[in-house]
Design a binder for this molecule. Structure first.
Ligand code: ADP
Ligand code: MG
Length: 320
């Protein structure tokens, strides 16, 4: 997500900003508050989210679940319960295009915490596929267990959840206008330092960081899933970190990015990944059928093609 309209204009003196590192990327807060922002409060929220959902921390709650025995119930913390519930809902509604249990495949393709190995062969993919499937998970109230040796991977929505948690912490410090961001997933409220609703850029998928279109918002979240930031190339072919769990391989279609606007950053993040798996046609149809505000960038021979759902068209600033 590129930012537009962040330069402090008139009235900007009341805004403060804060930034740092979390979840293998950077975070940032820009906010208008009655008193100085407490960095410790924000850091504590982010540490809690990581301690709960990070696959990179062997002691995190999710890692402990992944290491737990088949059939053993584990009681989840309220935050992990919420994220697991959302990820299971996304898995069910997409029939496994989004899959909370994609961890073994993510590892096999070298996008997880496991040290990068060689390109996986068919046997490795089959093995990982056999360890995939949200239907092998049972969530009962706040208890979760697996009926097969599946590995949870919450990376597709954890950043969004972290953004929501940060927004709550910033609002809890009395800030009335703010932008919070983790690695491109953003949530805003009120006005930017320019005294107007926040202008948020939908990033051009060329890695330049420049804005392709601007969405104007005074309340809500925006998240993008793209094939242009986390991928590797082999024999001239691009392998994205978005996996199609039904096939066991990285997605291969021409969708460069999917951007979703939603009240919740966790849902925006999850839907963006889900649409990225479904691809240009299926993703657009899914988003339209659920009245989601979604924007898809599709690679064509020599140009980029964009498609906005009806709900998204209403939010886009006019093109230059
Ligand atoms: P980004 O980190 O670029 O914002 P996403 O939000 O789309 O991207 O999350 C991508 C991550 O989600 C991958 O690195 C992987 O851990 C996980 N993932 C990949 N494919 C799927 C899938 N089909 N369902 C759920 N999670 C996935
Ligand atoms: Mg996502």
């Amino acid at each position: 997500m590129a930012f537009a309209a962040l330069a402090a204009g008139c009235g900007g003196a009341h805004y403060q900003s804060l930034d740092g590192q979390t979840m293998g990327t950077s975070y940032r807060v820009v906010a208008r508050c009655p008193a100085a922002l407490e960095p410790a409060g924000i850091e504590a929220v982010l540490s809690r989210v990581n301690a709960s959902m990070s696959n990179w921390d062997d002691d995190s709650e999710v890692s402990r679940f992944n290491a737990s025995a088949i059939g053993e119930w584990m009681t989840l913390s309220p935050s992990l319960r919420e994220v697991v519930g959302t990820a299971l809902a996304l898995s069910t509604m997409s029939d496994g295009a989004f899959d909370i249990s994609v961890g073994a495949l993510v590892d096999a393709w070298g996008f997880g915490p496991a040290p990068a190995r060689d390109f996986p062969d068919d046997t490795e993919i089959e093995t990982a596929l056999a360890r995939t499937g949200y239907r092998h998970l049972e969530l009962l109230d706040s208890r979760l267990r697996k009926t097969r040796d599946v590995r949870l991977d919450l990376s597709a929505i954890a950043k969004g959840y972290g953004v929501d948690a940060m927004a709550a912490a910033v609002a809890g410090q009395g800030c009335t206008d703010y932008l919070v961001e983790i690695g491109g997933e953003v949530r805003v409220r009120g006005h930017s330092p320019r005294g107007r609703p926040w202008g948020l850029g939908i990033e051009a998928p060329d890695g330049s960081g420049s804005a392709h279109r601007i969405v104007t918002m005074s309340e809500g979240a925006i998240a993008t899933s793209g094939d242009y930031r986390n991928f590797f190339e082999r024999d001239g072919k691009r392998y994205s970190h978005t996996i199609d769990p039904r096939l066991g391989t990285p997605v291969e279609h021409v969708l460069a990015s999917a951007t979703v606007v939603h009240a919740s950053a966790m849902w925006a993040d999850g839907y963006a990944t889900l649409i990225a798996v479904l691809g240009p046609e299926g993703g657009l149809a899914f988003a339209e059928s659920r009245d989601l505000a979604a924007y898809l960038l599709v690679r064509r021979e020599d140009r980029l093609e964009s498609r906005a759902t009806t709900a998204m068209a209403a939010l886009l600033a006019p093109e230059d």
